[in-house]
Design a protein around this ligand. Structure first.
Ligand code: GLA
Ligand code: ZN
Length: 670
């Protein structure tokens, strides 16, 4: 989908206000005033769209789509399958979800349905097809939003049957399954596929191969459901692109599987701001943006974000003036072609009545939040030429959902927390401090186009990861492998014969043992003479003890019985370089490593000088034009003269000072 402007708007639920036409009219006036050009309609509207079985009530929707369109506002139309009407649950209880304790849920909540149920699939297909027939040719419809925030699993008899079939197709014989799942352990051997049950806390929960396959099955089933919905829309004549809205740091599904089904990725971003330095959530959110963009390696959409405070964070803080603009422009900086909110008008009752919105219960345009939304609308107009531009990254970090499933499900070496997310964030932060773009890729993605790849805690290798890393380094790539890596195969079976599996020659070492540290414990990293490191750094949580064969030792442990044992190494292999970081080091260690590698590998930085710690730099490019986004996440002015910024100012006022939460965008020739 190539857009020539940036989408601005968000979720709108006029069905909650059908008895107040005056409010709906006023909303349109306000939307125009705020530069809103897009709304998402129909998420959770099923009970109004089909009040009783087979009786469709679409007129209100058509009326509102028309009124909005007459006023220059397009529609992203959602399929309503995220929540089903009561009549359906009453008449067909099989549509409701069964929990892992094998109890069926009552009607209620949302996302409470079985993805396998033929009845649910049929009902969904019918309403989707009807919606498409009615609206596919409407010029207001920009795209289709499939359901909402897919997630969760169902353990009903239909899902059990589907799981068994999925396993049969995958393993063919039960012996093969037993081997892959290591079921001899604790006498868990199966005699036939019919005996298999999904994992349950009241049953089997410790066979890691089963747990992994169940999650894979759920991801594939969910993707199948998405494709089923899309097929129904196409059947009804819909030609527009499709999207699914994904969630922050969500590991319930392998998002690669959903990404394959849709044309455009979108996601819902709700960072916790103002809890210490805002650069911390900014980078955390930045990583998610990069992950979402990398799923399809193309521009994506910010589908939801909160105009002020949410109602579901532990503490729902208001966004400080300017922060909403910064967060919105951060999405654009990372490759989004939209700034969309949840939601446009605050609902009056029920569980989200205190969730921030563009128009609140007071109902006027003379509010602080409305004024900032309007300011964002103006800003996005100034930046409209950025829409559709690419984000090019020469560095990548491997973040793989299946690896995370396996590593977190495993017992040991640190059941009190592996600190995986923190370690991932340290590597990401170090790269971002260089002002470069970073892709966040799964193990399935190719490494070839990157000069530098970092892999924190790549515990499970799948899809011949070791062969691909070897080839990547041999051909000239620089690969940084973190601790606790290359330990198990795709069934979470430990590799025999030494780890990191298949890479002991590439890295010139073997991980002989792994120590876990209490939260309050630290070890230290002592630089070796002639290494790229000058300083001592502290490290924590996990320490791999390395038995080095032919790698250069860069740092050794400073304490404990393993003082003097190698912790960080480098080996030149083929045309490339292989670094092994055996522990979770402090941030500054990764900062130095990344600074040196970015410099040595000649990865181009958008700014030549020093980037202050509270600043984030991102670039997007269109042909030979590069847009450089520079954002201040400090709630005070900042002198940025040390950054040596080039190019003309497309957005913002000065290359010398950034005000609190201010963004500037420079335009330059590459
Ligand atoms: C999610 C959902 C929305 C809404 C928001 C509230 O992202 O998709 O329907 O509930 O959260 O933050
Ligand atoms: Zn089910």
């Amino acid at each position: 989908m190539k857009l020539d402007h940036i989408l601005h708007g968000g979720d709108y639920n006029p069905e909650q206000w059908l008895d107040r036409p005056d409010i709906l009219e006023k909303d349109i006036t306000y939307m125009k005033e705020a530069g809103i050009n897009t709304v998402t309609l129909g998420v959770f509207s099923w009970a109004v769209l089909e009040p009783s079985e087979g009786e469709y009530n679409f007129q209100w929707l058509e009326d509102i789509i028309n009124r909005l369109y007459e006023n220059g506002i397009s529609t992203i139309l959602a399929t309503p399958s995220g929540a089903r009407p009561k009549w359906m649950a009453d008449k067909y209880p099989e549509v409701l979800r069964v929990r892992q304790d094998r109890q069926r849920n009552l009607f209620g909540g949302r996302h409470n349905h079985c993805y396998t149920s033929p009845v649910y699939r049929e009902k969904v297909a019918m309403i989707d097809e009807h919606l498409a027939k009615r609206f596919a040719n409407h010029p207001a419809i920009l795209m289709w939003h499939i359901s909402n925030e897919f997630g969760g699993d169902c353990h009903c008899p239909l899902c059990q049957e589907a799981f068994r079939q999925w396993l049969k197709d995958k393993y063919e014989t039960i012996d093969r399954l037993n081997q892959c799942w290591c079921t001899t352990f604790w006498s868990h051997i199966y005699q036939s596929f019919d005996q298999i049950e999904s994992p349950s806390l009241v049953g089997e929960s410790a066979v890691h191969g089963l747990n992994l396959d169940w999650k894979r099955f759920v991801s594939e089933k969910t993707a199948e459901f998405v494709r089923h919905e899309i097929a129904a829309l196409r059947q009804g004549g819909a030609k527009q692109p499709t999207t699914v809205n994904l969630m922050y740091d969500f590991e319930g599904l392998n998002y690669d599987k959903l990404a394959e089904c849709v044309d455009v990725i979108s996601w819902d971003s709700y960072p916790v701001w103002h809890k210490g330095a805002d650069i911390v959530p900014a980078l955390d959110n930045g990583l998610q943006h990069d992950y979402m963009r990398s799923l399809k390696n193309q521009p994506y959409l910010l589908m939801e974000s909160c105009p002020s405070g949410t109602n579901w964070h532990g503490i729902s803080k208001l966004k400080r003036p300017g922060l909403l603009t910064a967060a919105s422009l951060q999405a654009i900086a990372h490759g989004s072609d939209s700034v969309l909110y949840f939601q446009i008008r605050q609902s009056r009752g029920s569980s989200e009545k205190f969730h921030g919105a563009v128009i609140d219960h007071y109902g006027g345009d003379d509010t602080r939040v409305f004024r900032e939304v309007k300011y964002i609308g103006e800003s996005l107009k100034k930046l409209s030429e950025v829409a559709g531009s690419e984000v090019c990254a020469k560095a990548a970090i491997i973040y793989d959902t299946e690896n995370r499933w396996a590593m977190e499900d495993s017992q040991g070496p640190r059941n009190d927390g592996l600190h995986y997310h923190e370690n991932l964030m340290k590597m990401y932060t170090a790269l971002k401090r260089q002002g470069i773009n970073v892709d966040i890729i799964s193990e399935s993605k190719s490494l070839e186009k990157y000069s530098l790849v970092l892999a924190p805690m790549l515990y499970m290798f799948r899809e011949n990861m070791e062969e691909r890393i070897e080839a990547y380094v041999r051909k000239g790539g620089c690969f940084v492998l973190g601790h606790w890596s290359g330990i198990t195969d795709e069934w979470d079976r430990c590799y025999l014969g030494g780890t990191p599996y298949g890479l002991m020659d590439v890295f010139g070492l073997r991980r002989s043992e792994t120590d876990a540290l209490y939260e309050y414990e630290h070890n230290s990293l002592i630089p070796e003479g002639g290494s790229m490191f000058q300083n001592e750094y502290s490290c924590s949580t996990i320490c791999d003890l390395l038995q080095v064969k032919d790698a250069q030792v860069l740092m050794k442990y400073g304490k404990e019985f393993y003082a003097g044992i190698p912790a960080v190494t480098k080996k030149l292999y083929g045309q490339g370089q292989a670094y092994y970081i055996g522990t979770d080091a402090q941030q500054e260690f990764y900062d130095v490593l990344c600074e040196k590698l970015v410099h040595e590998l000649g990865i181009e930085r958008a700014v030549s000088g020093d980037i202050p710690k509270d600043v984030e730099v991102c670039t997007r490019s269109l042909g030979q034009t590069e847009y450089v986004f520079v954002q201040n996440y400090r709630n005070s002015d900042m002198d940025i003269r040390g950054m040596e910024l080039n190019g003309e100012l497309l957005y913002g006022k000065s290359k010398e000072t950034l005000h609190a939460y201010e963004t500037i965008v420079l335009k330059q020739k590459k």
